[in-house]
Design a protein around this ligand. Structure first.
Ligand SMILES: Nc1ncnc2c1ncn2[C@@H]1O[C@H](COP(=O)(O)OP(=O)(O)OP(=O)(O)O)[C@@H](O)[C@H]1O
Length: 472
């Protein structure tokens, strides 16, 4: 029997239904965290809410638990909960979590797995739909979309669906904007359309709008309130939104020029993987690169530097493969994920130990990338390594300064490995030769072109500004 004192702390103590509290417990979310308690209390009292807290602190359940608990399970067949997220990977991740809360079979095939559907006692048949692809979801909308109770989608697709009459956003009782800063920054018009007050008075009496993100600004909230998109929201913040999770090791690996980055990365990666120990499972790792082209040229040499159980996947912003890649990586089918900045927000992967960046990330990018490790419930806080050329050091140090990271290690490019026998040395030299032939021919050139192009663009912009200045 549960200790009655524990009940004072669990989801039921917040007034949530027994079925959803039991479900959260079965899925491993035994007690609500501080932001989850506060968000639940505010949202269950029909307040508009702003949740602003550190990466990995549990914001998703903070808005999902009270909104799923608050759905009307009698009057079915219409939209009640709309979740807006910036990327399709997050559409899938969010939909899967909602599906699991609503009983989806999540057996991990471990004995005694309590997340199994057979223990589920909540409402059945609730429809959860995702909308993130213009051709697939807007041009040919699923007929069930207009009767789904829960829809998760990206802003532009949801806006089009609303405007063409395929999604009754005006009926939604809960509207959530996750990663709200990027949603309002990149899709302001779509957000205005989606959060516009409903013409139906009973809906507006009970409507709850929730903005969630890391370090949300007052400016976004003022914009929403002045346009009537939300009213007098309650702020739920935990200290240090603009700080990376504690305990993470930060490393700066400086190379002479940009063409050395890949070699430096592969050598450092190999050393880090070796240090993890042969008997331990391969450390779960993210490698961030600036764009898809860079991801493609990076993946080859990194694959070559791997051995045994280490496997690599690539997550590109385009193509439908991405969704499978996210699931495969989540399910541990590979230990290394090469991805672009588009994937730096929100992806919740268990036990990430290493993050590498092949560029000098901006403050916001650094914050979100580092936030892929050190998440709630992980054992080891993780290591974040930025591979930068000498001319990028200043930008990286600025990001450290903005995020109050005072303690960071400076690494140098590792020399080629030393071998015990002549044979091994010969083989390693040959390997490096082949590696350099491959990489010099296309990889390094391509990387240089990509990095130089972006540097040229920056310079062009500077020049344009100079010209403007002169003309002034
Ligand atoms: N009450 C809880 N008990 C145990 N684990 C939890 C609880 N709430 C959330 N978690 C776990 O914490 C991790 C981080 O949660 P979540 O993805 O919601 O963080 P977040 O604040 O949205 O992060 P980000 O800003 O990076 O998107 C997840 O793996 C989630 O399963």
């Amino acid at each position: 029997m549960t200790d009655p004192r524990e009940q004072l702390l669990d989801w039921r103590s917040l007034g949530m239904a027994n079925w959803i509290a039991s479900r959260a417990e079965d899925l491993g979310f035994r007690y609500p965290t501080a932001i989850q308690r506060r968000a639940a209390l505010a949202m269950m009292n029909v307040n508009d809410v702003v949740i602003s807290s550190q990466t990995g602190s549990g914001k998703t359940l903070a808005y999902l638990m009270p909104s799923i608990d608050g759905l009307n399970y009698v009057g079915r067949g219409m939209l009640q909960l709309l979740v807006i997220v910036p990327t399709r990977e997050l559409v899938v991740q969010n939909s899967m979590l909602i599906w699991r809360i609503l009983g989806g079979n999540v057996s991990t095939q471990r004995p005694g797995d309590s997340g199994n559907i057979f223990r589920y006692i909540g409402p059945r048949g609730v429809k959860v739909k995702g909308a993130f692809d213009f051709e697939k979801h807007v041009l040919n909308p699923d007929p069930d979309l207009c009767i789904a109770e829960i829809v998760v989608g990206t802003p532009e697709e949801l806006k089009d669906l609303k405007l063409q009459g395929d999604l009754e956003v005006d009926l939604a009782q809960f509207i959530i904007a996750d990663e709200a800063d990027v949603l309002f920054d990149k899709h302001p018009d779509a957000m205005d359309v989606l959060l516009k007050p409903s013409p139906y008075e009973p809906v507006m009496e009970d409507r709850c709008v929730c903005l969630s993100g890391v370090a949300l600004s007052q400016e976004i909230v003022d914009r929403c309130t002045s346009k009537g998109l939300m009213k007098d929201p309650i702020w739920i913040t935990t200290g240090g939104g603009m700080r990376v999770p504690p305990g993470i090791t930060h490393r700066m690996l400086v190379v002479k020029d940009r063409s050395r980055k890949l070699i430096a990365l592969t050598r450092q990666l190999r050393k880090d993987l070796e240090e993890a120990g042969e008997d331990a499972p391969p450390p779960r790792t993210f490698i961030f690169v600036p764009n898809s082209e860079a991801a493609k040229v990076t993946a080859g040499p990194v694959r070559k530097a791997l051995w045994g159980e280490h496997k690599l996947l690539m997550l590109l912003p385009e193509g439908t493969e991405a969704l499978r890649t996210v699931q495969d990586f989540k399910n541990n089918k590979a230990s290394i994920l090469v991805c672009t900045s588009e994937s730096e927000r929100g992806l919740d992967m268990p036990n990430i130990q290493h993050i590498y960046s092949l560029d000098a990330p901006s403050t916001s990018s650094y914050l979100h990338r580092a936030g892929r490790c050190g998440r709630l419930g992980t054992m080891a806080p993780g290591v974040v390594t930025s591979v930068v050329s000498e001319d990028e050091v200043k930008a990286l140090k600025q990001a450290y300064f903005n995020l109050e990271i005072n303690d960071f290690m400076e690494l140098e490019e590792l020399p080629q490995r030393e071998f015990e026998t002549e044979e091994e040395t010969q083989q390693a030299l040959l390997d490096d030769l082949f590696f350099l032939m491959d990489t010099n021919a296309d990889v390094v050139n391509a990387l240089e072109q990509i990095f130089d192009k972006s540097a040229d663009e920056d310079e062009d912009e500077d020049e344009d500004e100079d010209e403007e200045d002169i003309s002034k």
